[in-house]
Structure formats: structure tokens, C-alpha cells
Design a binder for this molecule. Sequence first.
Ligand code: CTP
Ligand code: CA
Length: 231
Amino acid sequence: ADPTALRRDLEGVRVVVSAGGTREPLDPVRYLGNRSSGKQGYALARVAAQRGAEVTLVAAHTVALPAPAGAEVVSVSTAEQLRTAVHAAAERADVVVMAAAVADFRPASRAEHKIKKRDGEPDPTIVLARNPDVLAELVERRRGAQLVVGFAAETGDDRGDVLDHARAKLKRKGCDLLVVNAVGEGRAFEVEDNAGWLLSATGAERPIPLGSKAQLASAMWDSVADLLAGR
Ligand code: CTP
Ligand code: CA
């Protein structure tokens, strides 16, 4: 069967999806950003709308992408703006999916004027401050049967493989579902295909075969639909 085939199994389900990468301003013309394309989040929003969900897409910076048909799009730039928009939309949501690449840090201060280089003075240093963890806040604020889904891009290292890191992150974050992208070897960032695992707080672990971002989106919504049906 075509895994992306149309099913209306999310009819009446209210979902919030965040997508893209935040930008943290240094001065009026410069920012710290990341390489997120936003494609995975947009695919999640598009597939959810196709399956009948009522979708709010909180979109940070992305490559040029068509707005997903049927989704309400809220555009944001910084992590702080994303946080405000996600919490507002989450108030009436059944499912919140944090696919955005939220900056962990922002410049501790934002220069009012463009930072200039000055001969004879030491070069400036960027001091960073921690951004709030939106996913952790969603887990804390969650009421009733709301499902919270996190994303993680992981690589193996000398302290464990991708799955070890992902299981630890699921526990640490306290979300209901963690979508794990295995990165490295040219995977996930700025490419069309994703592979990884779906880890559920119930202990269920499903591999996601290498496939398109739409296929990963379908697999994730299948798991969400199962969790919703079990509540
Ligand atoms: N996330 C978030 N707010 C942040 C940082 C991350 O909501 N300030 C969310 C992401 O959208 C993602 C999940 O948390 O759904 C995991 O992000 P990740 O960067 O993998 O986790 P971190 O806890 O930031 O850990 P790390 O130190 O590995 O970056
Ligand atoms: Ca992070």
C-alpha cells in the first residue's frame, strides 16, 4: 500500500506543528541561525491537513516552500517568538509537534546599532544566553490528553549509538513521542530523505525506513493516531 495514501483518520484533531530554524539577532543586520530547511515540518503539516486535522503551522525560517494546503501559518523568527506562538496555539491543541530547530542559545545582548570594527580596539566577543526549552515547557504545561512530540537529530559517538542517545533524550524530555533522525553520512539536513526511529513513552520503538519526508510524516501521524485511539 502507498504509505502516503489519503486517510481521513485525523478528522477533527487539532494539531500544532513548528518548523524551520530560529534566528537570534546580534545587531540590526546580523543573527545566529542554523541550517534547518523546514521541509520536514512542512511535510508534517501538509500530511496532517490531508488526513483531516485542523493544522496550525508555526513557521520559523525555511527555504522557499509552498504553504501547506489547509494549514494556518504563523510566521516567527526568534526562539522567543516561536515560544509565544506555539504556547498560544497549544492551548486548544490535541497534538503539538516540535519539528523546529530552536536555537539553544541567543546572543546575551542585542546591539542597538550595527556592530563596527574599530582599529586599535580588541575584537568583540559574542556572549550567549540559554533560550527556554519550548518542548520541556509544553510537557510541563500539558493538560489532559494532549500529546507532545519532539524531534531529535542524533549521531553516535563514544558514549553510545544513535538509539542510546535518543532513548535518553525521550526520558529527559518527557514527551509522548520522539522522532529520531539518524544524521551524519549526508543525512537529514538539507536533503530530501530521512531515516530513523519513532520512540514512544510507552516503550514502543519503530524503525523509520529511509524514505521521503512525506513518508516519515505519514509514519509519525500513524503513531500519533494510534496513541490518540488508545486514550
Ligand atoms: N527544542 C525546544 N526548545 C529548545 C531547544 C529544542 O523546544 N530551546 C525542541 C526541538 O524542537 C526538538 C527537541 O526539543 O523537538 C529536541 O531538540 P534537540 O536540539 O535535539 O534537544 P536539546 O535538548 O536541545 O539537546 P542538545 O543539547 O542535544 O541540542
Ligand atoms: Ca538543541
